[in-house]
Design a protein around this ligand. Structure first.
Ligand code: ZN
Length: 138
């Protein structure tokens, strides 16, 4: 890919680096608590369920369902103009946590709350891969 990626890029800090490293390898990885066994997202220093700091990064299945969504019809800036309309969605992963992401679909009107979705990975630069989701019914 020789195109320049002009969109805003996520801030990658030590707390989120494992997530982005995994995404680059096309894995969806989120923190899991060794004490209570529950996953959470976004990454935190303490488990939001039991406040343990005994956390580990684990790969998850990359499947879930649409919890809520909005269709963006006006670009957030000129670099997004070619993308509209697009879908911004809150996904509930099968492992429990919610994740704010995009749903990639030809027909944004088709998206419904409760739709099953599967992760896919967009390599936008050699360093950055964005996890997005597609509709299983697509
Ligand atoms: Zn816990």
């Amino acid at each position: 890919m020789s195109e320049v990626y002009e969109k805003p890029q996520p801030v990658i800090d030590p707390g989120t680096k494992p997530f982005w490293d995994a995404a680059r390898e096309h894995r969806l990885s989120i923190p899991r608590c060794r004490s209570c066994g529950k996953h959470h997202f976004y990454p935190r220093e303490l488990c939001p369920h039991c406040h343990s700091d005994d956390l580990e990064w684990t790969d998850v299945g990359g499947k879930g369902e649409v919890y809520s969504y909005t269709i963006a019809r006006k670009p957030a800036g000129p670099v997004f103009a070619a993308d509209v309309p697009y879908v911004i969605a809150m996904i509930v992963l099968d492992e429990g946590p919610r994740m704010l992401t995009n749903i990639v679909t030809e027909d944004v009107e088709k998206v419904r709350i409760g739709d099953r979705v599967t992760v896919r990975f967009d390599d936008v630069t050699p360093e950055l891969t964005l996890p997005k989701f597609t509709l299983d019914k697509d």
